[in-house]
Write a protein that binds this ligand. Structure first.
Ligand SMILES: Nc1nc2c(ncn2[C@@H]2O[C@H](COP(=O)(O)OP(=O)(O)O)[C@@H](O)[C@H]2O)c(=O)[nH]1
Ligand SMILES: [Mg+2]
Length: 276
């Protein structure tokens, strides 16, 4: 009987270095684990996250944060009152939950604005069976308006004045030109901007393809989802390095938690400290 040999990836930690170590409570990290940073060079850390060598070379230097800042545009999420923003990406990537996190945040802002800003409008453009009910249930209790707009809608037909408008798109496979064209048509009909939602833990080469395809179809920004669900986050870094502005990171499956504007310092720490 042959014995089982574990598959060795090209991104193991270097021989002699300890594996990820649990941080103790004194560090206030609630069971997070840290890569052995003292024993690792910056290229070792980036390689562990499965970042391609060419990008590692471009990011190498004095610190992880400096390398990230050099290669990635960190920007606020480009939402404007009255201009619809569509969230696109693969099925299950976190589009609807991310949209709900944004909607909940802007609903709070609208409440606090004393009427200056109106409550957000969510356009449900995903006609996949069950998806409207799922979206409505995620948004239940949020002070928002939800409207079915399968196939997209001309903004003349919506009451868009002084409010945030978010568009929930169907999931797609970026290798399907038909699906990408359909998405572009919905976005164009709605006169929306387009942003990509992409999860951590993907194959970085696939995430590069996804980011490049979305850029080609007009996306300028991205949101990183499921940041607390995987150790390796190379997919986020490679996608952003394609030229999409990196905006929020989502760290929780709950609508009111774990949603942070990413910065070089936050992302550098996340490269070193893995969710426990
Ligand atoms: N823990 C966690 N779960 C997430 C996150 N983003 C999305 N999810 C979960 O992933 C699943 C798919 O998300 P959903 O928004 O429905 O994906 P969509 O198909 O792209 O709309 C749901 O169970 C979400 O609760 C995240 O950042 N953290
Ligand atoms: Mg969805």
């Amino acid at each position: 009987m042959s014995s089982f040999t574990p598959y060795q990836t090209s991104h193991q930690l270097p021989p002699g270095s300890a594996g990820p170590a649990r941080l103790n409570d004194a560090q206030g990290t609630n069971g997070d684990v840290a890569l052995p940073a003292n024993a690792l060079s910056i290229p070792d850390i980036l390689a562990w996250h499965s970042i391609p060598q060419e990008l590692i070379n471009a990011m190498a230097g004095s610190s992880l944060a400096a390398g990230l800042e050099r290669m990635i545009d960190f920007s606020p999420f480009p939402l404007k009152l009255g201009v619809p923003m569509a969230l696109g990406g693969a099925s299950g990537s976190g589009k609807s939950l991310t949209l709900a996190k944004l909607a909940a945040r802007y609903a709070r802002q609208a409440r606090q604005s004393g009427g200056r800003i109106r409550r957000p409008l969510v356009l449900a453009c995903d006609s996949t069976p069950g998806s409207y009910i799922k979206l409505a249930s995620i948004l239940r209790g949020c002070d928002i308006d939800l409207m079915k707009a399968y196939g997209g809608i001309n903004p003349r037909f919506i009451d868009s004045y002084n409010r945030i408008i978010l568009v929930d798109l169907p999931g797609l496979c970026v290798y399907s030109p038909k699906a990408m064209t359909e998405m572009r048509d919905v976005v164009a009909r709605t006169e929306a901007n387009l942003s990509l939602v992409i999860p951590a833990g993907m194959d970085p080469e696939e995430s590069t393809d996804i980011a490049a395809a979305f850029q080609q179809y007009g996306a300028k920004s991205m949101i990183a989802s499921r940041m607390e669900q995987s150790g390796r986050i190379g997919s986020i870094i490679t996608a952003a390095a394609c030229g999409l502005s990196l905006t929020y990171g989502s760290y929780s499956g709950s609508i009111n938690e774990g949603f942070t504007q990413l910065t070089p310092a936050i992302l550098a720490r996340r490269l070193l400290v893995l969710p426990g």
